[in-house]
Design a binder for this molecule. Sequence first.
Ligand code: 3DU
Length: 211
Amino acid sequence: MSALILALDATSRDEAMAIAESTAPYLDAIKIGYPLVLSAGLSVAGEIAALGVPVIADFKVADIPNTNTLICDQVFKAGCSAIICHAFPGRDSLLACVESAHVHGGECFVVCEMSHPGGAEWFSGGVAEAFCRMAVAAGADGIIAPATRPARVAALRAIIGGKKIYSPGVGAQGAAAEDVKELVDGVIVGRAIYTAADPAAAAKEYAQRCR
Ligand code: 3DU
């Protein structure tokens, strides 16, 4: 059983808000990122949060520590509850994201392995495992791991123990919620919900499938 997180990558504020309002009853969180924020502005985070749904900012933050802190501080001040960052810039950069999240009472998630086919190129050979150990050492709240490769999710779970796993790749990328729902804390679904003819019905169905 896992939570359901909508990846709301719509590129218009009005469309995004309409989808957020209709799907909110079935969701545990909404993940936003560059597609929506670059078109609607960061203030859309507060508008979504006002619906009562926690907002996760998927900016895959990957810079020097000071810049990471500046980015994360803006994200939390805008009303987000969590930030997603990369591990590859190093432990000091990762720590900056974790510290900003915790100063603001939020959470930090670390991309440890990606779900698309190319995600197996550079996150392989022990890299994802090293990122998981970095996430644990930095005190991050959880990781992002691929629903498209459930065996990898299980392997990474063995490293991070009770920390959370949020898992993208369900729906448009080919994975099913049932592939990972017992392994992860949250299933991330984007296009299969927000491009559906009836996003609320699709969200309701995915929420049932995550249980
Ligand atoms: O493929 P979907 O439309 O269900 O969207 C998946 C979302 O999760 C999307 O926002 C994408 O940027 C994000 N994501 C991945 O798909 C894979 C990752 O490894 C990390 C994030």
